[in-house]
Write a protein that binds this ligand. Sequence first.
Ligand SMILES: Cc1cc2nc3c(=O)[nH]c(=O)nc-3n(C[C@H](O)[C@H](O)[C@H](O)COP(=O)(O)O)c2cc1C
Length: 152
Amino acid sequence: MIKELIKSIGFKKKNIAIRYQSRHSHTKLVADVIATNLKNKAKPITTKLNKCDILYLGGGTYYGKIDKELKTFINNLDSKKVKEVVLFATSGIQSIALRQMSELLSRKGIKVNRRKLVVRMGLKSHWLFKHKLSNRQIDKIDNFVRKVNNEK
Ligand SMILES: Cc1cc2nc3c(=O)[nH]c(=O)nc-3n(C[C@H](O)[C@H](O)[C@H](O)COP(=O)(O)O)c2cc1C
């Protein structure tokens, strides 16, 4: 009955997937916080992706570039399978990964949400300094997901 009602007013729960590329775990940490917010599970880009309404996609920044595997993942994305992508990235200081991912997706004709998240780990964000996210960073991620959700 409730299902029918929801269907009749055109409200359908969005199908959300979360994928990340992470060499030294920082981006995975961010993806996991996003997943907790969405009561979902974050998986690496090597995990099979089914059709989805929203794909949260994130990666790290390495010498001013995104990882090659992430680039290949985006280039191989089926634009019929993904309605919209919400981008997130981690870096020492730069936000260049967001721009690179955004450009690759736009070239494929895949919609990119205007909201994008970069979590900066600071200059010590080398793999030797693997660390946890601060409360401030977690709040930033929580707020980001809330804002994206409120727009739907
Ligand atoms: C080899 C290497 C190169 C990096 N190059 C940059 C860079 O050019 N710009 C930047 O802002 N951060 C740079 N960083 C910092 C990373 O982007 C940051 O640690 C990020 O969180 C890595 O993501 P990951 O831990 O998920 O692999 C670099 C880190 C490493 C290990």
